[in-house]
Write a protein that binds this ligand. Structure first.
Ligand code: F0G
Length: 459
């Protein structure tokens, strides 16, 4: 008999979690104004809010913490981190930052100015925020396939070269760089192929532009290139990673994802002028150049995390688990962005809660129902997150309306995946009876999803 697959690690430390009663959850939901960000984590049984900063570090990472050098300037831990980043990405210049959005803030302060155009593939909200707050345009050039959740294509995160070239042709003199997010979080954790990265590079060269990779989940992207793209199956993840970054000029990184640390980030680039430019903002915003908002021990743990998570076995265990959850949803007929992405399952709420009008936020309603059902916390990546149009102040109902079930790295077991799938099935089975959604009772002007207050629409 062929042996089943199992993780390449065993568990040394555990953290208790507890279930709750439906009655408790009903009261907590009300207190939280039907916004799961407002729940206390203790009120959550299985927490799928994000895969960011929620991973489990290895014994080697915990050991590295004890070896951290906390010197203000020139810490050994910085050089260990820098050497690891250079070995994995090929970039010589490295500036640590406290997390990914800080890397964006520092680098974009140097590069992005009023009236600029920054084309990319579904810019992440903070990336878009740092572009739009500088009165520049984040032009989305994602392939159209990403919109159709039921279409099985291997690289749904790709940049559409025709859309990109249009922006370069029409606004070329206003484009400071192109940004490619690997993997494409907003489109469902969908990867970008090496062939597509090469197409982007060729267009960048044609128009004399530089390319940044938003690299939060670069290792997962490399895994998909190895397993889905022709010609890469015999290459190691580290070989693929080097080949990917050879096509870029620099990167911003949220180390809380593929670095498997709880906090951290960095900028890396091959260009001295970008480094010099970013330096001017790194010091006032983040801290001196050899710590940039991170502790020495955190840089030490990150160096180990980056090394471990660019090994196939570790990535395979993770993506295998996401695929396992997807296979259970397939069994129950629950629609999600296909194929399963790297870090999460994005449930297609519009196809589940077909009776809830879009004005009553189907994905947010499903998020609430899943918590009500089993204390599982997902996250709406849909109409509430999309905010209002800055000019018309209308809700933006144009895109997908997803519930993201983000799977933390090395944290939950396949039994937890079974619970998640069963809870979703129970909600799915009573979907016909869910006819009303939620209404907004208070909202912030920007990034409203964190603090929005809601109530049942029929109250
Ligand atoms: N880029 C991408 C693709 C991201 O997914 C994130 C964060 C960031 C940049 C910003 O990094 O959080 O370290 O400041 N994504 C998290 C998520 C928050 O839940 O998807 P950060």
């Amino acid at each position: 008999m062929e042996l089943p697959y199992a993780e390449p690690w065993k568990i040394k430390m555990v953290e208790p979690i507890r279930t709750s009663t439906r009655q408790e959850r009903e009261a907590w939901l009300k207190e939280a104004h039907y916004n799961v960000f407002q729940l206390r984590a203790d009120q959550v049984y299985i927490d799928l809010l994000t895969d960011s900063g929620t991973g489990a570090m290895s014994d080697r990472q915990w050991a590295a913490l004890m070896m951290g050098d906390e010197s203000y300037a020139g810490a050994r831990s910085f050089y260990e981190l820098k050497d690891t980043i250079t070995r994995i990405t090929g970039f010589d210049y490295v500036i640590p930052t406290h997390q990914g959005r800080a890397a964006e803030n520092v680098l974009f302060s140097h590069l992005v100015h009023e009236g600029d155009w920054v084309p990319g593939n579904s810019h992440f909200d903070t990336t878009k925020g740092h572009i739009e707050s500088r009165k520049a345009v984040a032009a989305d050039c994602t392939v159209d396939e990403a919109r159709n959740t039921q279409l099985e294509v291997p690289f749904k995160g790709n940049v559409d070269p025709a859309k990109l070239e249009k922006v370069l042709r029409e606004h070329g003199d206003k484009v400071p760089f192109i940004i490619v997010t690997i993997t494409n979080n907003t489109a469902g954790g969908q990867p970008v192929s090496m062939a597509n990265l090469k197409e982007v590079r060729a267009l960048a060269d044609k128009y004399g532009k530089r390319v940044i990779f938003d690299s939060a989940r670069f290792a997962e992207n490399a895994y998909f290139i190895k397993t889905r793209e022709e010609g890469y199956s015999d290459k190691s993840i580290k070989e693929i990673t080097l080949e990917m970054f050879a096509l870029a000029d620099g990167m911003t990184m949220s180390a809380k994802k593929d670095g498997i640390v709880n906090m951290g980030g960095f900028i890396a680039t091959r260009w001295e002028d970008w480094y010099e430019g970013a330096k001017r903002f790194a010091i006032p915003f983040e801290g001196y150049l050899t710590y940039g908002g991170m502790n020495g021990r955190d840089m030490a743990a990150l160096a180990v995390g980056l090394d471990e998570n660019t090994e196939f076995a570790n990535l395979h265990a993770r993506i295998h688990q996401v695929e396992f959850l997807a296979s259970l949803l397939d069994e129950y007929g629950i629609p999600y962005q296909r194929p399963a992405g790297g870090h999460a399952i994005f449930v297609d709420a519009l196809k589940v809660l077909t009776h809830v009008p879009k004005e009553e936020f189907p994905a947010q309603t499903l998020t609430v129902e899943l918590y009500r059902e089993a204390g599982i916390r997902g996250c709406e990546i849909g109409y509430i997150l999309a905010d209002r149009d800055p000019v018309t102040r209308e809700n933006r109902f144009g895109g997908n309306d997803f519930v993201r079930l983000a799977i933390p790295r090395r944290v939950y077991t396949d039994n937890h995946m079974r619970v998640i799938a069963a809870a979703l099935k129970n909600v799915y089975d009573r979907r016909e009876s869910i006819t009303r959604g939620v209404k907004i009772t208070w909202e912030a002007e920007l990034m409203r999803h964190f603090t929005v207050q809601l109530a049942p629409a029929d109250e």
